[in-house]
Design a binder for this molecule. Structure first.
Ligand SMILES: [Zn+2]
Length: 117
């Protein structure tokens, strides 16, 4: 889990996410949730099949946390350290301007991202 960035506040401008996706054959609801306990950047609830990410995280941390929690959702018994390290490493591989451009995605600076929401 990642700590929610200090100074983050809950507002209508936080980015929202809510959709369903299949992870290794099981349907999960994936959504942003500002009600996550302070200090939790994300959560994976196996009973409800929910993956939640705190919207106050930076875009790169949201990417990392989404990846982290989806890994947990895909396979419950993965080692926490492995999940944490791989999600961090993979976010650093993908969240680079050259890679995002290669993938046809655009990196949005935090300040613009918050203003657009
Ligand atoms: Zn974890």
């Amino acid at each position: 889990m990642e700590a929610v960035e200090s100074g983050a506040c809950v507002s209508k401008r936080m980015p929202r996410l809510d959709f369903f996706a299949v992870l290794l054959g099981t349907r999960w609801r994936i959504f942003s949730d500002h009600r996550l306990p302070k200090g939790d950047g994300g959560s994976c609830d196996y009973k409800r099949k929910w993956v939640r990410v705190h919207p106050s995280l930076s875009p790169q941390k949201r990417f990392e946390m989404l990846h982290h929690e989806c890994l947990h959702g895909a396979y419950e018994h993965l080692d926490e350290h492995w999940v944490e390290q791989f999600a961090l490493d993979f976010s650093e591989v993908v969240y680079r301007p050259d890679v995002l451009q290669f993938l046809g995605l655009q990196r949005i600076p935090d300040s613009q991202q918050r203003a657009q929401s």
